[in-house]
Design a binder for this molecule. Structure first.
Ligand SMILES: Nc1ncnc2c1ncn2[C@@H]1O[C@H](COP(=O)(O)OP(=O)(O)OP(=O)(O)O)[C@@H](O)[C@H]1O
Length: 238
């Protein structure tokens, strides 16, 4: 089992992001830290920049200024291809629509996460363990297009956890699910990620999810660009 020992899983300093060089900042975050193994729920109104912030933390987008570190690595010092490799290895991403490859089997969708890192050692054993743990054994050879939404969400969890990443990020992962499926999803996600000590950052409009988390953060209180606070955008979940 992997246990992550970084003090801070996500660390943001003086971050500024705008969509165009001459447009006003969408995000300005002075100081935000998420401690290793913490579960954080991030919320805020539509259009406030939640997905953009997740993309910055994943290294998909680049800030105009400032520092973003994930598990001790400063993403801002990496090239685009280095950031892609870093993300494949160190960040498990769960998207709203789960983004499974429909013509691949459940097992191959899960193993895909190791194909992107080039580190295959132990991947098959770990995939088998996650398939078992998430109750997917009966459908492991089915194509992803031939499984239920509830099963797809569990495949997405398994794929995100295959490399035992220090950070799991999920953007509106329960928006397509009913209340019972949502609870199953959250329990499975948090249980499996706790086993490897992964930090979990989830964005959702659904406030009822907040009870699952160590901390809930309103992006409006972090983001100086919105002018909702008094120049204080410091927050830590340590
Ligand atoms: N590729 C893009 N180019 C320019 N502007 C964009 C782009 N993507 C998003 N935006 C704008 O950035 C702002 C923040 O978008 P973002 O998707 O981060 O918000 P959000 O808080 O996640 O919204 P929602 O809750 O509706 O998903 C919005 O005003 C959006 O229109």
């Amino acid at each position: 089992m992997v246990l992550h020992t970084y003090t801070s899983s996500v660390s943001i300093k003086d971050l500024r992001f705008s969509w165009a060089p001459d447009s006003k900042d969408l995000l300005h975050i002075r100081d935000w830290h998420i401690g290793t193994g913490k579960r954080v729920f991030l919320y805020g109104p539509s259009g406030s920049g939640k997905t953009t912030l997740l993309n910055l933390i994943c290294g998909i987008a680049r800030p105009r200024a400032g520092e973003i570190s994930v598990a001790g690595t400063r993403l801002t010092t990496l090239s685009a291809s280095q950031r892609d490799r870093f993300r494949a290895q160190f960040i498990g991403v769960i998207f709203q629509q789960f983004n499974l490859v429909p013509y691949l089997s459940v097992a191959d969708n899960i193993r895909l996460a190791s194909a992107f890192t080039g580190q295959h050692q132990g991947a098959d054993e770990r995939a088998t363990m996650l398939i078992e743990q998430l109750g997917l054994r009966g459908v492991q050879n089915n194509k992803a297009s031939r499984i239920s939404v509830g099963q797809q969400q569990r495949v997405a969890i398994a794929r995100a956890l295959l490399n035992a990443p220090p950070l799991i990020i999920a953007d509106e992962p329960t928006s397509a699910l009913d209340a019972a499926a949502r609870d199953t999803f959250m329990s499975a996600l948090l249980e499996c990620s706790a086993e490897v000590g992964s930090t979990v950052l989830v964005v959702s409009h659904d406030h009822s999810l907040a009870t699952y988390f160590d901390d809930s953060v309103d992006l409006r209180t972090l983001n100086l660009a919105l002018g909702f606070n008094n120049g204080e955008s410091s927050a830590s979940v340590l």
